[in-house]
Design a protein around this ligand. Structure first.
Ligand code: AMP
Length: 307
């Protein structure tokens, strides 16, 4: 039982209206791995970094059960670098710099030792590369989940639509769901997107939680009302990591268990935003996570008696 995670590993510079950092480890696949490693080992990581990616960062991932055989280290290039600045709402942000560096050469190759992994999380990269990963898998995994973004809807829609027929779960935010479907109602959008391929759809709504759709069923998960959101970077990837980590741990892909997975993902995301980058994810224990999940249950649990 194992999980393949594909995506960026990076260094980020992050500015919020209150704090700033010029150099912190990031990348979608880094967040997914940190979140999922609380539930499943090994994680078979597929990414590319440059010569500047700190050995200690790789060692921490190894220590958490992340297999790095599929992570290429480019000796002559720097790592992917991203700089973003958040607005006062801490939800919307501007990308100030995207230096692809080593990421420009990313051509994911699935090592033989990764074959047979039952779960796959395709982080947000070019749909053509996501397709190439799926095509390299010799046995169809039990579950393939993918993330994407509006940029690919604008620039690689044909590939994206092809990929959607190959996966089981899509995660997008609400505006991306509307763009992809051309529907303004999220219920109609979900129906239209599921017709494109994925049997399950997760629509993330930031501080308003997430919706899980499957057939004619829908489940709503709240986000934890936090007094302070310190840095939202990576929250979506952390959600995805908690979600798929839980599914891989339980090996149960029923709608009922996916509801739990969505709560686990939401709990992991609520930790992620408490400090810069993945700092908080590196600190927490399984006991912290279990306590946070119980907080979520209390948040939505109510008895009702209709008279
Ligand atoms: P999120 O806040 O969930 O969108 O994830 C932010 C992370 O995605 C950061 O750590 C960035 O390094 C990474 N990132 C930003 N832009 C891209 C991109 N174009 N492709 C892949 N990863 C990216």
């Amino acid at each position: 039982m194992s999980l393949i995670v594909v995506g960026s590993m990076a260094y980020d510079a992050i500015e919020t209206p209150f704090e700033k950092t010029d150099w912190i480890v990031g990348g979608a696949a880094t967040y997914v791995a940190y979140a999922a490693s609380n539930f499943i080992k090994p994680i078979n990581q597929v990414s590319i970094v440059g010569y500047d990616f700190a050995r200690e960062e790789l060692d921490q991932l190894l220590w958490r059960g992340v297999n790095l055989e599929g992570v290429e280290i480019k000796k002559d290039k720097k790592s992917f670098f991203w700089r973003g600045r958040y607005h006062l709402d801490m939800n919307t942000r501007d990308t100030l710099v995207t230096d692809l560096n080593a990421f420009l050469d990313f051509n994911p190759v699935i090592p033989d030792s990764y074959q047979g992994s039952e779960f796959v999380m395709l982080g947000n990269i070019t749909p053509a590369l996501q397709i190439s990963v799926v095509k390299q898998l010799k046995t169809r995994p039990k579950l393939i989940a993918m993330d994407t973004m509006n940029f690919w809807m604008d620039n690689a829609l044909d590939d994206l639509k092809k990929l959607l027929t190959m996966v089981d779960v899509l995660t997008v935010n609400d505006s991306e769901a509307r763009q992809l479907s051309g529907e303004s109602s999220l219920v109609k959008a979900a129906r239209a997107i599921m017709k494109m391929g994925p049997r399950f759809l997760i629509i993330k709504k930031g501080e308003h939680g997430a919706l899980l759709f499957h057939e004619d069923k829908v489940f709503v998960a709240p986000a934890l009302p936090l007094e302070e959101v310190f840095d939202p970077t990576g929250a979506g990837d952390t959600f995805a990591g908690g979600f798929i980590g839980w599914l891989a741990h339980t090996r149960d892909i029923s709608f009922e268990n996916m509801k739990t997975a969505v709560i686990v993902g939401s709990a992991m995301a609520s930790f992620c935003v408490e400090k810069f980058g993945p700092t908080r994810l590196k600190e927490i224990s399984r006991a912290d996570i279990d306590a946070r999940i119980r907080q979520f249950v209390d948040l939505v649990n109510f008895d009702i008696e209709l008279v």
